[in-house]
Ligand binder design. Structure first.
Ligand SMILES: C[S@@+](CC[C@H](N)C(=O)[O-])C[C@H]1O[C@@H](n2cnc3c(N)ncnc32)[C@H](O)[C@@H]1O
Length: 239
């Protein structure tokens, strides 16, 4: 039997659950706390997230599937939204894409910058958010957004898909990956994460890939979706 992991990260303490994302609004101060978390966690993120999962065989096949999906996807002018520590950025560059990153956390962008420098690679790193992407219309061929959707409230999520459809050319492609909502999981959680003894509340909206397919329907058609052990991958074409 597949082992069920709730909360989604080992040390998460669930502080609130909701049925629907509309019931929780980042404007209640949660957005600022979540942003502060991604500023505080930047130097540890790669180690705590990928380091622990690479060492954990429950996640190994998911990480491999995601890496394969990124390798098959990455080419042309690629926008990566919420690149974090640049884990997938490097992969996209290695696969031959020209990458533009839009990431709100300055500390995360510096981690990516250091990583690019030591790999001898270049990418355009921009300060920005998924719901207001600082790029002109139809400038990009593709967009990758990994483990960001689960941090967005309903209004931000809708604005995000509109923005992606605006900056990626019609016929361009979208690759989304994120944590899986498994049977019995609450859909929406606010969890407490602690960085250097400081607690931050973070929103996690756990989706099934079919729900994501319905969300993107106004702007994109699904080409492929895969449910993994603890995550999902969805590739779609912008209309
Ligand atoms: C869980 S990390 C994922 C990082 C990377 N995509 C990965 O898969 O390793 C989430 C990232 O999304 C960023 N983020 C949060 N809200 C965002 C938003 N509205 N637009 C763009 N990025 C956002 C955070 O700063 C953080 O770097």
């Amino acid at each position: 039997m597949k082992e069920k992991i709730v909360p989604p990260e080992k040390n998460d303490e669930i502080v609130a659950t909701y049925d629907r994302v509309e019931q929780v609004a980042l404007r209640e101060g949660l957005g600022a706390e979540q942003d502060a978390y991604y500023v505080a966690i930047a130097d540890q993120f790669e180690h705590e997230w990928y380091g622990s999962r690479e060492a954990d065989k429950r996640y190994a096949s998911d990480l491999q599937e995601m890496a394969d999906a990124v390798d098959a996807f990455a080419r042309g002018d690629l926008l990566e939204v919420g690149a974090g520590s640049g884990h997938w950025t490097i992969r996209c560059l290695n696969a031959g894409a020209r990458v533009t990153v839009v990431e709100p956390s300055e500390t995360m962008r510096s981690v990516t910058r250091r990583r690019l420098t030591s790999a001898g690679k270049t990418a355009r790193l921009m300060l920005g958010r998924s719901e207001a992407i600082p790029l002109g219309d139809h400038k990009m061929d593709r967009c990758l957004m990994a483990f960001v959707l689960s941090h967005l409230d309903g209004a931000t999520r809708d604005a995000t898909f509109k923005e992606i459809a605006r900056v990626v050319r019609p016929g361009g492609e979208l690759l989304l990956m994120d944590s899986l909502r498994e049977p019995g999981d609450p859909g929406v959680l606010v969890v407490r994460r602690v960085v250097n003894a400081q607690p931050f509340r973070v929103l996690k909206v756990l989706h099934k890939p079919e729900e994501v397919a319905a969300m993107i329907d106004p702007v994109a058609r699904v080409q492929e979706m895969k449910t993994l052990n603890h995550a999902w991958v969805l590739r779609a074409r912008l209309v």
